[in-house]
Write a protein that binds this ligand. Sequence first.
Ligand code: MG
Length: 184
Amino acid sequence: MFKEIVKPRKPAVNWDKIKLLAFDCDGVLTQGGIIYGNEGQELKDFDARDGLGFMMLRSTDIQTAVITGRTSEALARRCQDLKIDHVYQKIPYKLKLAEELLKKLGLGFENMLFMGDDWNDFPLMKAVAVSVCPADAAAGIPQLVDYVTQAKGGEGAVRECIEMVLKKKGIYEQAIQAYLARIS
Ligand SMILES: [Mg+2]
């Protein structure tokens, strides 16, 4: 299960308000490996259990986003398969992008969770209501976020984060039942 890091300077999270879950790609949705293909393409290794986590969100009012600094066709396809609501690639300034996205959605940082694994994610992690990182995030990051998953990036960390949110909101069982009903 997830490990809670209590930060007294931060007010308690109102989980009902969390409406947007955003994720970095490399090191979060993947283990961080970037495979360079001969044709110039980039290949990535995603976790199927993370994928089912996104499917569990479909019966809820929670929106999903992927915000990454790199760009690859593999990620575009993965996000399409998983019906990720908002996909932004080649984004050097994630905080600025998030501000624009939230504005477009009529939401604020109090409505957003962001999971990242490295310093390029930090400005956005600092701004959101809930920041999360995988167990193997870059040195220094786990001490600065609200939650650290037990799973490593690309090995179920995103699934663990999604399940934590569903449990905190009290809709975990509901989400599983709704998913099962869809595939039965
Ligand atoms: Mg990363």
